[in-house]
Design a protein. Structure first.
Lengths: 470, 298
């Protein structure tokens, strides 16, 4: 009984020893392999240096001046970066301007309900409508791949006393089949300019049409989900759908479940030869508003009335972009043409009330049908004639169209107007990261006022500035 | 009947496979290499041509459409395509070609890169943190990248693995012979001091022993200024160059200005496949490059 036990123990012990030595061997082999690899790399690097040193020794007499040729350095293949390599790409956009324009007490676009409320006097419209020197949004961008499946990006816009989350979303990398999923807060894929942040604009301000549609921010963003599909065709063909909170103008924030706004868009694009490329798009946005406030002039009492709109807003957008560069090389010379058109219909009820407590309005508590159908467009061309200089021209026009306020229309002033604006700009870029722009505009967006505006604007981007869309 | 069946099989086998590899190359040189290795087993799309500055490409819709259907993206890497490729990859909805997947191949990862900066600051211009990305102009690098690329193509399209390896072997054999020829022909170029428009020829200079004594761009990616060109002219006294080199996509003005002032030959090099009529493929690229350099020396 004793003997077999001892034998078994011995056997077990020897097995263990055997296993251990196998593991050790594997580890040693691994280490040797690693050493071999690293030495091979170092030898390769040294050889490279030797070749250069020889070449230099042969070609140059004893150095007279500091060697202008940079000392070539080789890096071992696949060298690992430090842990800080995992930090997100960070970039900061510095943007500011000097603006000369008329002092208009209630700046807006005649015939259009102002997005984001109403302006009472100077200083109340933030950012791009300020006179004199001012700072635009300072944008801080963080972006990185989260893991092999997702990428994330956040854009924080800071302005005096406030930091606003402009965008904060994650995007799929690994779904495949041409499908792209994005969720969070993002600029909608509708139109062409909508996805672009102000620092990417070719002019110092958004086209009137975007200001009329979405306010001075010049774009529609919402919290929600975006689904895109790129068709497997030789021609670029992309479809997208979005659902979200719809809290921004022309919708309004509401306390409810489900989706408050939806968008659909389709893009098609291709090259024409090597020098031309283009993209065209058609988009649809549906939002709903509940008690969206706006001011109207009470024509009977001669005071200001507050209106509240509840209903649906439907916007159609068509966009077209065409770019030209000789041989497809945009660095030295290129031209970009872009044009967009929108058509918006709103349908619902408008209720009228006092704008200021105690100031009686003639339409007090009247609720009547509200129907509008408004449109507008802009078209612009920007020509880069040297690597540093660009010049551009933009013309735009809106049409206040149909504004049917029902019974309320008897008491309120309903303007009909075709706002127009012509803008010319010239800008200089020291590099891809710095730009200074001078812009002249003749703005006839307010009835009876011709506002000649001069804007000097700078855009500087610091850090890891990511690629721009087409 | 008994003969017909094997004949049919043979015919079918000799047809190009349906599951061909769709290759999206960012630059013409790697498109050409993929063709050399893959032959009729691959469909190769080159996102750019020799007349386009590879640093300044836009994420055009046509590129997205092509990337959507690619099985393999062959990029130069070392941040050369940082201004457009990441966007194209992300918006392509193609999971197979995302960075880190086998369908994403960066040539720069397989060679020893030169000019890797020890510090990175935009005040130095458009520097590449990962080193100079114009690495294909050393034919030794082409061979190294080719070997890795053949391996990657074989991994992605296992059915044609043998064909890719054979394609590479044939290419490597011809390439080695050609390299010996080029090196022999280019012997007089050793030690020749040259001015270059942009640091596009670092690897070429390194290979042939050319001595780069200055760049027309004051900083990488910043266009030549008259002040900088004048300083180069002044330096010609103490550090004389024998040629001014530029790529097919660089403007000729600055080189011609230097040439006019000094009598130096301004030499246009194809830089990549398609840059000159002679540079029809990778062999033509190096044949023509060496010939044009020798001609410039005379």
């Amino acid at each position: 009984m004793h003997k077999p036990f001892a034998v078994a123990a011995l056997l077990a012990a020897s097995c263990g020893a055997q296993a251990a030595s196998d593991n050790d061997l594997a580890a040693i082999r691994g280490q040797i392999d690693e050493m071999k690899k690293s030495y091979e790399q170092r030898i390769a690097a040294l050889e490279q240096k030797l070749v250069q040193a020889e070449a230099q020794a042969k070609s140059s007499p004893p150095p007279v001046s500091p060697a202008p040729a940079p000392v070539a350095e080789s890096r071992p293949v696949g060298a690992a970066t430090t842990a800080s390599g995992f930090n997100p790409e960070v970039s900061l956009i510095l943007q500011g301007q000097y603006k000369n324009m008329k002092n208009v007490a209630e700046r807006g676009i005649t015939g259009f309900v102002p997005a984001g409320g109403h302006d009472h006097g100077s200083g109340t419209i933030e950012g791009i409508n300020k006179r004199g020197f001012s700072l635009d949004h300072t944008e801080l961008v963080f972006a990185a791949n989260i893991d092999p499946y997702w990428r994330g990006q956040a854009i924080i816009a800071a302005l005096d006393g406030q930091a606003e989350v402009e965008e904060a979303w994650f995007q799929s990398l690994g779904i495949g089949q041409g499908i792209g999923l994005k969720a969070g807060r993002f600029r909608s894929g509708i139109g062409y300019l909508n996805e672009q942040h102000p620092h990417m604009w070719d002019f110092a301000d958004a086209p009137l049409m975007y200001q009329a549609m979405f306010g001075t921010e010049g774009g529609y963003a919402q919290d929600g989900v975006q689904l895109k599909w790129l068709a497997p065709t030789p021609v670029f063909l992309e479809f997208g759908a979005e659902f979200g909170r719809g809290a921004n103008f022309p919708g309004s924030d509401r306390n409810k479940n489900g989706s408050g706004a939806g968008a659909l868009f389709a893009h098609v694009g291709d090259d024409l030869g090597v020098a031309h490329s283009w993209r065209a798009g058609l988009s649809y946005l549906k939002t709903s508003a509940r008690e969206r406030e706006a001011h109207f002039e009470d024509t009977v009492n001669g005071v200001e009335a507050l209106s509240k709109f509840t209903g649906d807003s439907t916007t159609w957008l068509a966009d077209f972009v065409w770019k030209w560069a000789p041989n497809g090389n945009p660095k030295y010379q290129n031209f970009k043409f872009q044009s967009e058109y929108f058509l918006r219909s709103e349908k619902g009820d408008l209720s009228c009330g006092e704008a200021e407590a105690g100031v009686a309005v003639s339409c007090q508590d009247i609720t009547s049908g509200y129907r509008t159908r408004q449109s507008g467009w802009y078209t612009q061309g920007v020509y880069q004639f040297t690597p540093n200089w660009r010049a551009g021209l933009r013309y735009e026009q809106l049409d206040s169209g149909t504004r049917d306020l029902g019974e309320n229309g008897n008491y309120l002033a309903v303007d009909h107007y075709k706002p127009k604006k012509t803008t010319a700009m010239i800008d200089y870029s020291w590099s891809e990261f710095s730009r200074l722009r001078l812009q002249f505009a003749q703005d006839k967006s307010m009835q009876g006022i011709t506002d000649n505006q001069v804007t000097m604007q700078y855009i500087m981007s610091l850090g890891a500035h990511g690629a721009h869309k087409f | 009947m008994s003969k017909l069946f094997p004949t049919l099989l043979l015919t079918l086998a000799s047809l190009p496979a349906w599951a061909n590899l769709n290759v999206f190359a960012t630059v013409p040189e790697w498109a050409s290499l993929a063709r050399e290795i893959g032959g009729d087993k691959v469909r190769v799309y080159s996102a750019t041509n020799a007349f386009q500055d590879p640093h300044r490409i836009e994420a055009k819709p046509s590129l997205l459409a092509q990337a959507r259907q690619a099985n393999l993206v062959v990029a130069a890497g070392a941040d050369l395509e940082v201004g457009w490729l990441p966007l194209v990859l992300r918006d392509s909805g193609n999971a197979a070609i995302q960075a880190g997947r086998p369908g994403y191949f960066e040539a720069a990862n397989f060679v020893s890169r030169l000019e890797v900066p020890t510090s990175v600051d935009r005040a130095q211009g458009d520097v590449h943190a990962a080193g100079n990305p114009h690495l294909h102009l050393d034919p030794h690098n082409v061979l190294k990248v080719g070997e890795a690329l053949a391996g990657r193509m074989a991994e992605l399209d296992a059915a044609n693995a043998a064909a890719y390896q054979a394609g590479y072997k044939t290419f490597a054999g011809k390439w080695q012979a050609a390299m010996a020829r080029w090196e022999k022909e280019a012997a007089p170029l050793r030690g020749v001091p040259v001015l270059v428009h942009h640091a596009s020829f670092l690897y070429l200079a390194n290979w042939l022993g050319l001595k780069e004594v200055g760049t027309l761009e004051p900083k990488p990616g910043i266009e030549p200024t008259s002040g900088h060109l004048s300083s180069l002219l002044a330096r010609q006294q103490t550090l004389p160059a024998k040629m001014v080199l530029r790529t097919a996509y660089n403007p000729d003005g600055p080189s011609q200005w230097i040439a006019g002032k000094t009598g130096l030959p301004a030499v246009l090099l194809p830089y990549t496949v398609g840059g000159t009529a002679e540079a029809k493929d990778l062999f033509g690229l190096f044949d023509d490059t060496v010939q044009r350099l020798l001609k410039g020396l005379r």
